[in-house]
Design a protein around this ligand. Structure first.
Ligand code: CU
Length: 135
C-alpha cells in the first residue's frame, strides 16, 4: 500500500494531460469541436438556390448514382439535382461550396458563379460521385 502514490498517480496523469491540452488547446480544440459537430450533423448545409431561373443542367440522384455523373454549365448557371429512388442521398461538394440535405425526394439547386471543376459525392454512399464543370 502506498497511500501517497494512489492519489498522486491519477493526478499526475491528469496534470500531464492538462499540460498537453494547455499547449495544444487553442490550436486543436476548436478544430476538434468543429470536426466532431461536423461528424454528428454532417457537413454544414448550403441553402438551395430555389429561385434560380437559368438551369444549365439537371441531374438525377437515384440509387446509387448521379445521372449524368458529369455535367457542364456556363458561369452563372445553376445545376438542379432531383432525388428519387428508395434511399436518401445528398450532394456534397469536395470543397463544401454546395451541400444539400439528405433527401429521398424533392430537389436541390446550386448556382455556380465561378468557373472551375467541382467534384462532389453523396455523404453516405461514397461510391456516388459526380462533377460539375463550369466554363
Ligand atoms: Cu447516396
Amino acid at each position: 500500500m502506498t497511500p501517497a502514490a494512489r492519489p498522486l498517480g491519477p493526478l499526475g496523469e491528469l496534470g500531464r494531460r492538462e499540460a498537453v491540452l494547455g499547449l495544444l488547446g487553442t490550436l486543436v480544440v476548436g478544430g476538434a469541436v468543429a470536426s466532431l459537430s461536423g461528424c454528428a450533423s454532417g457537413p454544414e448545409l448550403v441553402p438551395s438556390d430555389d429561385d434560380a431561373t437559368d438551369i444549365g443542367a439537371e441531374v438525377l440522384a437515384i440509387d446509387n448514382r448521379y445521372e449524368p455523373a458529369e455535367v457542364t454549365v456556363r458561369r452563372g448557371q445553376a445545376v438542379t439535382w432531383t432525388f428519387a429512388g428508395s434511399m436518401k442521398h445528398d450532394v456534397v461538394a469536395n470543397d463544401r461550396s454546395f451541400v444539400s440535405e439528405l433527401l429521398r425526394e424533392g430537389s436541390y439547386t446550386h448556382v455556380f458563379a465561378e468557373a472551375g471543376e467541382f467534384p462532389y459525392l453523396c455523404s453516405i454512399h461514397p461510391e456516388m460521385v459526380g462533377v460539375v464543370r463550369v466554363v
